[in-house]
Design a protein around this ligand. Structure first.
Ligand SMILES: [Zn+2]
Length: 269
């Protein structure tokens, strides 16, 4: 009865997009278990510890581990996955990397991905509850099961802590110190719970001569009367330290005439 030679079929398909966990401590010294054995065949007599490359037929010694075989795979001209092995080698030994079919390398980083998620919600104006959507979570899980998707309350807190305060400070600095003038738009709205809200939007030209639009405030008010709205706008302007207002646009309700007159007096004084 002849001895069987251990041969493992090389995994050449689908390799490029699988998340690979490269940990040299666990792959280098476990003879027969390392993924490189998928590309080599052990040669007899086994005591000589030689392995033959399945692509080019070179014999490689594996006395102290499989690193020699791994190095060969980065050089072997016949190896169809040579580039993948080369890139793996470049990356640190314990980093989790993914190599896309187009050859780009990505590294999973919980914090960096979390930051991108938070930014996406702000920039795309997505409702916070979307983060708890089952299909969205399923989609994220399919990409990276280790990514922890936050709850909507955590997301809201992170937006506040990571971006809002900082962006507000930047905008305030620009509007109060550098901006030549802003045009405001104020509008009021009553919700189905009969609560009154007012939004105050600033339009201005930035340092690159681009027209910008920023919502300065969206807040609850106690009523719709002209003077009340005007006082509310005044508080907002003071908070933002806005002095150079060029114009204010409101809708054509008669109460607004009273409000604008009030603001005009206050601004001029
Ligand atoms: Zn070879």
């Amino acid at each position: 009865m002849s001895e069987t030679v251990e041969t493992l079929t090389p995994n050449t398909s689908g390799m490029d997009h699988l998340p690979l966990c490269i940990d040299s401590s666990s792959t280098e010294n476990n003879e027969g278990r390392s993924d490189v054995w998928g590309h080599f065949t052990k040669q007899k007599p086994y005591s000589e510890k030689k392995a033959k490359c399945n692509y080019c037929g070179d014999l490689i010694k594996y006395l102290a581990g499989t690193s020699g075989m791994r190095n060969h795979l980065t050089r072997c001209k016949e190896n169809p996955n040579r580039e993948v092995f080369k890139r793996q080698k470049l990356l640190s030994s314990t980093t989790e990397v993914s190599i896309s079919p187009s050859g780009t390398i990505s590294k999973f980083d919980q914090n960096a991905s979390r930051m991108k998620l938070v930014k996406m919600f702000v920039k795309s104006k997505l409702p916070f509850r979307f983060v708890e959507n089952d299909d969205f979570r399923d989609f994220v899980w399919s990409l990276q099961p280790r990514f922890e998707v936050p709850s909507r309350t955590t997301l809201r807190r992170e937006i506040w802590e990571l971006f809002y305060e900082e962006e507000k400070a930047k905008l305030k600095m620009f509007l109060s110190k550098q901006c030549e003038g802003v045009c405001l738009t104020a509008d009021t709205w009553t919700s189905i719970q009969n609560l009154n809200y007012m939004s105050l939007t600033a339009h201005f030209i930035d340092n690159d001569w681009k027209l910008q639009k920023k919502i300065l405030n969206f807040s609850q008010t106690t009523g719709h009367s002209g003077e009340l709205i005007a006082k509310h706008v005044e508080v907002c302007l003071n908070n933002w330290e806005l002095k150079r207002v060029l114009s204010i646009t409101v809708d054509n309700a008669t109460t607004n005439d009273v409000g604008v007159q009030y603001l005009k007096r206050r601004m001029l004084s």
